[in-house]
Design a protein around this ligand. Structure first.
Ligand SMILES: Nc1ncnc2c1ncn2[C@@H]1O[C@H](COP(=O)(O)OP(=O)(O)OP(=O)(O)O)[C@@H](O)[C@H]1O
Ligand SMILES: [Mg+2]
Length: 404
């Protein structure tokens, strides 16, 4: 994130992890597609009664990228605060509230999913105290506040997905083009990757090793070939995000969702009389279901492939509720305690095989602090080795984390 996006008078933030397979391309690559979404965002913000606009969508769909494009588009220095860089959302809200009156400000708060409860409690007060302030919240889930407008960011249109792949591919394979049979192969890749920009970036980066046809074959065969970059694979970070949302469902919701998730392609709840509209709403909220344009007035949805494969790997019969979440009980993880967002970051880096010193370097902290974090992560997860931590991340990821 460019430092110009961050306001200096807020509490010190921690550096956050870069996205994409290597470099943070956001700073110098053009945004691909998204004219429709930018138009909708501008339209919402043209309405002065909109004070809180929440942009949601699955991990890696391009929410942050869109928020940055919007901020640039609106001119003036964008003020974007990445909440994952703070230990408590309340600190940021308090600091924002304490600032002397600045008029007509659009404040962008990113990664709100780390602090859903704190934001739901604190944002109404901030907006009431500061009538000139408006907030664009970027989060994997809406807050459900009165007056909150929600914009769901869908995966890229196929044409834009192909173009994003082409642009990222040229960077690793000069001369790459979509001519000939390559277009069909890349179309197959985009389809398999749900047209999610982060996944597309990871796939294009793998052209260093594989031809598009090979990549497609391997992905179709279920191999996690996107793994191997300097950041945790798209697959693992998506699964962590999905696991986190899944664990916040009740046992009954989980059971219905698992049954639903085995279906391929679009479906309409009208075909299923036992699918309660509230349940569909919850699943869409958590981005476990993606709404599609309705056909003949009939609402339609689909389950992303990455979500389907997550559900498949839960390794349980689709109709049997997971024991730990049975009968509406709080999700209980045996003997593990929730990780703070910082500890989650550390766990991710441990999973990537980084040493304590490398973790310290990556996060810009002292080595002994990294040692302490790793010790706490292992204690909280009841792990005896770094390999245990890695398998926890790959299996459960952020599920037990994200506490305020
Ligand atoms: N429209 C786009 N054009 C070019 N690059 C994009 C576009 N959308 C996303 N990307 C790239 O894809 C990657 C993922 O996007 P981004 O980080 O915005 O996703 P996100 O929805 O914010 O994910 P998360 O929920 O994990 O924060 C980034 O590297 C980003 O630069
Ligand atoms: Mg983001």
């Amino acid at each position: 994130m460019a430092s110009g996006h961050v306001h200096s008078r807020l509490p010190t933030r921690r550096p956050t992890r870069a996205r994409g397979p290597g470099t943070d391309a956001t700073a110098f690559t053009p945004i691909v597609g998204r004219d429709a979404e930018l138009g909708l965002l501008r339209e919402q913000l043209a309405d002065p009664s909109v004070r809180l606009l929440t942009m949601t969508g699955p991990a890696g769909v391009g929410k942050t990228r869109l928020a940055l494009a919007l901020a640039d588009d609106l001119g003036g220095p964008p003020e974007l605060h990445d909440l994952a860089g703070y230990d408590r959302a309340a600190d940021v809200l308090d600091a924002l509230a304490a600032r002397p009156g600045e008029r007509d400000r659009l404040i962008v708060l990113d990664q709100g999913e780390h602090f859903t409860e704190a934001l739901a409690a604190g944002l109404p007060r901030l907006l009431a105290d500061r009538p000139e302030t408006r907030v664009l919240l970027v989060s994997r889930e809406p807050l459900h506040l009165y007056g909150e407008r929600v914009l769901r960011v869908p995966p890229l249109a196929r044409v834009a997905a192909l173009e994003l792949f082409r642009q990222r591919a040229v960077a690793v394979r000069p001369g790459f083009s979509l001519d000939g049979g390559v277009r069909a192969q890349v179309t197959g890749l985009c389809e398999l990757l749900d047209d999610l920009p982060l996944a597309i970036e990871f796939a294009a980066a793998r052209l260093k090793l594989f031809r598009p046809a090979e990549l497609l074959d391997r992905l179709r065969a279920g191999q996690d070939v996107l793994y191997g970059g300097p950041t945790l694979s798209h697959h693992a970070s998506m699964r962590a995000a999905i696991g986190w949302s899944y664990d916040r469902l009740t046992g009954q919701e989980q059971a219905v969702f698992r049954a639903l998730a085995v279906r391929e392609g679009a479906f309409s709840p009208m075909d299923d009389t036992d699918l309660a509209p509230e349940l569909i709403e919850t699943l869409v909220d958590k981005n476990l279901l993606v709404p599609l344009p309705s056909r003949g007035g009939e609402p339609r949805f689909r389950v992303l492939n990455v979500v389907r494969s997550f559900t498949r790997d839960l390794g349980r019969s689709p109709h049997v509720p997971a024991p730990r979440a049975a009968a509406g009980a709080e999700p209980a993880r045996s003997r593990t305690q929730p990780l703070t967002p910082r500890e989650q970051e550390v766990a991710m880096l441990v999973a990537q095989g980084l040493t304590n010193r490398q973790i310290a370097g990556r996060l810009g902290i002292a080595e002994w602090t990294a040692v302490n974090h790793v010790r706490n992560v292992m204690r909280k997860l009841d792990c005896t080795s770094r390999v245990n931590v890695a398998s926890w991340v790959l299996r459960d990821g952020a599920v037990a984390g994200a506490v305020d």
